[in-house]
Design a protein. Structure first.
Length: 247
């Protein structure tokens, strides 16, 4: 069954006003009168709804649903700016895997640089990708996407986390493979976790020193060296295994 995120509060009858949502629901997906869909409002509760009038884009709310597809911990993925469409891929896949927030920042080894209007357009595009992925994977919320223009602004946002993990390639090369598993086992549901990843060239030694001064803990992600857009997926999957799959 199709699922859509709708801004505002749930009423017995809800009229969709967002033009992009209207186009997707009634032109692309061709919803008809009496068709059912799941709507998720600002309270992040899923509700079964029926199209009562497709011409006015109105739904009738039938019942609340108990489904909750969110990870029991809040995971923020911070990645250095990536080349090409890799950041789009990263946002889509981490949204499917349950990420809470996605950050991009200008790392020392980042080849691309975004600023001003270009940065705003990129952020808007990524937020739309996050929404589509969250709808497809039946999430209860849309991940937040934020791109930092300045490294100083990124660093000033590193407070408030229960753990900060720095995915460091040199740690993996040195055979470090237990820190992440050990630290995740010490955490409890409801905690806030930040993973920091470098761009294609990784995290520079000077960046590592700064991030460690903010409480970051460098970790390896197993014996294989992964691409910049793959490593965050591994990290999120590890978190999901610890908090959702382990008996």
């Amino acid at each position: 069954m199709q699922q859509y995120f709708v801004s505002g509060k749930a009423e017995h009858f809800v009229t969709i006003k967002d033009e992009a949502s209207i186009k997707h629901m009634f032109s692309v997906m061709r919803l008809q009168d009496n068709d059912k869909a799941v709507l998720v409002f600002d309270d992040r509760v899923k509700r079964l709804a029926r199209v009562s009038d497709r011409l006015t884009h109105t739904f009738e709310i039938l019942e609340e649903l108990p489904d909750n597809a969110e990870l029991p911990v809040d995971v923020t993925i911070a990645s250095g700016f990536l080349k090409g469409d890799k950041l789009e891929f990263l946002v889509q896949k981490t949204s499917e895997l349950g990420v809470h927030t996605i950050w991009g920042f200008p790392a020392d080894y980042s080849v691309v640089k975004w600023a001003g209007t270009k940065l705003a357009k990129k952020t808007d595009k990524l937020n739309k990708i996050a929404q589509g992925a969250a709808e497809q994977s039946k999430r209860n919320r849309i991940p937040t996407v934020k791109l930092f223009e300045k490294t100083t602004d990124f660093l000033s946002s590193l407070s408030g986390f229960d753990r900060i993990f720095i995915a460091y390639e040199e740690a993996a090369k040195a055979g470090e493979n237990s820190t992440l598993a050990r630290e995740l086992a010490l955490l409890s549901k409801g905690c806030k976790i930040l993973f920091i990843f470098g761009p294609e060239g990784g995290i520079s030694p000077s960046e590592l020193a700064v991030l460690e001064s903010y409480g970051g803990l460098k970790v390896g992600l197993g014996p294989r060296i992964m691409r910049a857009e793959t490593a965050p997926l591994f990290a999120l999957s590890s978190v999901a295994y610890v908090f959702e799959l382990m008996p």
